[in-house]
Design a protein around this ligand. Structure first.
Ligand code: NA7
Length: 547
């Protein structure tokens, strides 16, 4: 059916396992642990990097940090692990998350079943034996009953093509493929393309070190302070003494995190009450304005504008030069939070420094990169280093790279020509025994990843146990269920302001990508009820084939 690449015919003898899991980040590690240690299955995990960590392995750029609090952004499946691990800061920095995941891998003895430095090149379902045949870039073959991509939502780089970029003589890096050795910026003229969540973290740190930093901004963002601080003993004790309740609160919230409980509507408060409430949430930091202030912020344009204007006021107050402040302020009419809200530490103050220049590449686009310069339509900027903080082909990029082929030779790319189609974000019709973890059309990027991952992995493990206990060979979701879920995703998205914005949630950052909203917006708690019901009722939306 398709003209897409196919695996080599002369590949080696396949290594037969029960399940292949791709990725060794939060998702891959927990999935491996569950299937191997709780279900007793033979599992092979395949990982492109030379170590565990997933996005936290690759994103080593200066200032990299999680915008969700340390206690929230961790596994809940082991009470001992929760108690024994100490986080040094309120919000975890990349090296600390990586250390944590390395500890998890060692503590649960996971590395022995992870094949590092290996990429999956093909994953093909063979109707004849009801198994997945997985081929790696090195030519190894795996044959597995279950195929579980745990490749993450934000892992496939969006590396823009710019005329002449390969001629650049200086150092140049993509933020999400940062080298292990620290880059020394002292005395260097550094350029950075992008002002999303990544760049907002990196800019203030690089500005402190570099001789000069030039920021190439296409779109200004509504960034809000993270309000990070060292972890106090009292805070650590508070959470650890009531971790069950802490997790329950998180799971009962929209986004799976312990933040302020939002009030119903910004329009129901007086302007004074609103201002005081926004100020409170702003001081609380992180996602508190975005997801903890008012429930209708992302659904009602009038409410949204009150938050947008509050944040513009903050930017104007923090940036000394009014012209630069205006460049950093999203225009009136641009909604707040429909692009991912970056969290910052002294980001706006960085633009008060003499060694930082802000360049508007929306007004004067980048034309070319030469051996020494980045040239816009207006001016040339001499640079020693150039950083691409240009984001990811979110949700679908890493899945497509594996050339996944289901029944009747249908590729995932073909199935998703008009955008992702899934049931519950977990399964796709025609791709039996394949389960996605926190993929498109699940709460995904709108839910605390470690908890969302646990919810999915637990569901997948329960389903596999059910199949094995009942002598079932394959599971495939019915097309009608997939269609209904797609319609539900669209309905929820259309009731929100998200489709009006240009964002990676909508696929806008990748040329040619279909424009659809890719996250389930009904909230984590409702979602959990839906997937639990499917399991309790013994998977009524699926068709099974017995052994
Ligand atoms: P984002 O949020 O996608 O931001 C990418 C930035 O790069 C953003 O400012 C883009 O401008 C800019 N960009 C992208 N392509 C280009 C080109 N071709 N030319 C100029 N500027 C460009 O990625 P991040 O890495 O910051 O964050 C991703 C997520 O990772 C984050 O939300 C967290 O969840 C973790 P634009 O806004 O598209 O105009």
């Amino acid at each position: 059916m398709s003209s897409t690449p196919t695996p080599p015919a002369n590949a080696s003898t396949p290594n037969t396992v029960d399940a292949v899991v791709v990725g060794a980040g939060f998702a891959g590690l927990y999935m491996l642990h569950l299937l191997r240690d709780k279900l007793g299955l033979k599992v092979a995990a395949i990982e492109a990097a030379d170590g565990v960590g997933g996005v936290w392995y690759w994103n080593r750029y200066p200032g990299a940090r999680c915008d969700i609090s340390s206690h929230d952004y961790s596994y809940s499946f082991s009470k001992e692990l929760q108690q024994e691990w100490d986080w040094p800061e309120k919000y975890p920095a990349q090296p600390d998350i990586l250390k944590y995941l390395e500890h998890v891998a060692d503590r649960f003895d996971l590395k022995r079943d992870i094949q590092f430095n290996t990429r999956v090149e093909f994953a093909v379902f063979d109707e004849r034996d009801g198994h997945w045949h997985i081929t790696t870039e090195n030519g190894e073959q795996y044959r597995a009953k279950f195929f579980i991509p745990a490749t993450g939502v934000l892992s496939d780089a969006n590396f823009p093509e710019i005329k002449g970029q390969e001629s650049f003589k200086g150092g140049s890096w993509f933020s999400g493929r940062w080298p292990k050795e620290a880059v020394d910026f002292s005395g260097k003229r550094v350029g950075i393309i992008g002002t999303g969540a990544t760049a907002v973290q990196a800019i203030p740190v690089i500005a402190e070190e570099a001789a000069h930093l030039t920021v190439f901004q296409r779109t200004p963002y509504f960034a809000v302070p993270l309000q990070n601080e060292p972890m106090t003993e009292a805070e650590d004790r508070r959470v650890k003494s009531s971790y069950d309740e802490f997790r329950r609160n998180a799971r009962n919230s929209f986004a799976g995190v312990n933040i302020c409980v939002p009030r119903p509507s910004a329009m129901a408060d007086t302007p004074e009450e609103r201002k005081a409430h926004y100020e409170h949430c702003y001081q609380e930091g992180g996602f508190n304005v975005w997801l903890g202030s008012y429930e209708d912020l992302l659904f009602n344009a009038e409410s949204n504008e009150t938050a947008a204007e509050f944040i513009r006021g903050k930017i104007r107050a923090r940036v000394t030069d009014p012209k630069i402040a205006e460049m950093l302020c999203p225009r009136e009419g641009v909604s707040y939070g429909t692009k991912r809200q970056p969290c910052e530490t002294e980001y706006f103050e960085a633009f008060n420094r003499d060694n930082v220049t802000l360049v508007d590449i929306h007004r004067s686009p980048i034309e070319e990169i030469t051996p020494e310069c980045l040239r816009t339509t207006d001016e040339s900027y001499e640079l020693d280093y150039l950083i691409y903080a240009t984001g990811f082909d979110a949700f679908t990029g890493s899945l497509f790279k594996m050339n996944i082929k289901g029944r009747d030779g249908l590729t995932l790319k073909e199935h998703w020509t008009d955008g992702p189609r899934t049931y519950l974000g977990l399964s796709m019709t025609g791709f039996p025994n394949l389960f996605n973890i926190t993929g498109p059309q699940s709460p995904s990027a709108f839910y605390n990843f470690p908890l969302g991952i646990e919810n999915h992995c637990d569901w997948i493990a329960d389903c596999i146990r059910y199949m094995n206990d009942n002598g079932l060979a394959t599971i495939d979701v019915e097309q009608a269920a997939e269609e209904q879920w797609l319609a539900h995703i669209v309905e929820l998205a259309d009731a929100s302001l998200f489709p009006q914005a240009s964002s990676w949630y909508m696929g806008d950052n990748i040329p040619g990508k279909p424009r659809v909203f890719m996250v389930y917006l009904g909230g984590g708690k409702t979602y959990q009820e839906v997937i639990d019901r499917e399991a309790v009722e013994k998977y009524p939306s699926y068709t099974f084939v017995p052994n």
